[in-house]
Design a protein around this ligand. Structure first.
Ligand code: NDP
Length: 273
């Protein structure tokens, strides 16, 4: 018997509304492993100290969320292909003292999308947003065989830069004005501003279209409510959150968690929040 737990956690700021701790602890319970996940509010100017502290204490790994997903990169020893492609890290694995950065947001999106509505391959996507989530989705969907991608963003130059980077890395570009997948990858529609609708031409949303929102709280955003009423198939942000958490756990422990257990924990956490 050992009184030493395996430590993991998350560095972000603000951190108070990040539900991942509830999801991870449910996974540890389901797998009956003596692990802990610490949700830490880390200011940007203390990120290097936090990373050095986690390494010194032998943490198995940690998540990075806003605003640390890019800032953490110079503090790591190595980047996995997913992080190199995306230019952002949301999961760090402490591999015998070497800190290796991964990006599981994009794979989480693809896995959740495919579980809900089938393959990404060959589809034409209109992606709204060019921040961290949008970048991860764009590269992962392109690698998964997306047929065409158009990016629109409030800061149009940032959107164009993302579209250019995906085209350069994968050859996937905007070759069509007809979209069968429309993704809100902005923060518009999150509680408490749940009535807000992202800047997308709603006339494009209708039967035959899959509307996806990365916003996880509320699950039925104003965008998805509109899309459902217009006859589109809807995929909410909770599946992506659960899938990326399950991937993080698998990178750290080599174990696979039951997605239904994680999703139930997420719903409970939001209901109590
Ligand atoms: P970033 O800050 O990196 O990017 C924010 C994006 O939203 C940018 O494209 C920004 O546009 C756009 N945006 C913000 N406010 C507005 C507005 N008022 N009008 C139009 N566009 C706006 O954030 P992230 O990409 O990390 O996160 C975005 C969302 O994705 C959040 O809601 C987050 O919770 C969610 N998320 C969900 C995950 C999941 O697993 N479900 C995983 C990761 C994130 P501009 O470039 O012009 O500023």
């Amino acid at each position: 018997m050992s009184f030493l737990r395996t430590l993991t956690g998350s560095f972000s700021s603000p951190a108070g509304d990040n539900p991942t701790v509830a999801v991870m602890e449910a996974a540890f319970g389901e797998l009956a492993i003596d692990w802990s996940y610490l949700n830490c509010d880390v200011a940007p100017d203390r990120l290097a100290d936090a990373v050095a502290g986690a390494a010194a204490m032998g943490w198995r790994g940690f998540n990075c969320s806003l605003p640390h997903k890019q800032a953490v990169i110079p503090l790591l020893d190595e980047l996995a292909g997913s992080a190199r492609l995306t230019g952002a890290v949301n999961c760090v694995v402490n591999d015998g003292g070497r800190l290796v950065g991964h990006n599981t947001d994009g794979a989480g999106f693809v896995q959740a999308f495919e579980a809900a509505v089938g393959p990404v391959r060959g589809r034409s996507m209109l992606l709204v947003g060019a921040g961290g989530a949008a970048r991860a989705i764009a590269f992962a969907a392109a690698v998964a065989g997306l047929g065409a991608l158009r990016v629109v963003n409030r800061d149009a130059a940032r959107g164009a830069e993302l579209a250019f980077a995906v085209d350069r890395a994968t050859g996937v570009r905007a070759t069509s004005d007809a979209y069968d997948v429309i993704v809100n990858a902005t923060s518009v529609g999150m509680l408490p501003a749940a009535d807000a609708v992202p800047p997308v031409d709603l006339a494009l949303v209708g039967p035959g279209v899959v509307a996806v929102d990365v916003v996880a709280n509320p699950p039925r955003t104003a965008f998805l409510s509109y899309a459902a009423a217009a006859g589109a198939t809807c995929v909410d942000g909770r599946g992506m959150l659960v899938e990326q958490a399950a991937r993080n756990l698998s990178l750290w422990s080599g174990r696979e968690a039951d997605r239904a257990v994680l999703r139930a924990a997420l719903v409970r956490a939001y209901d109590q929040g």
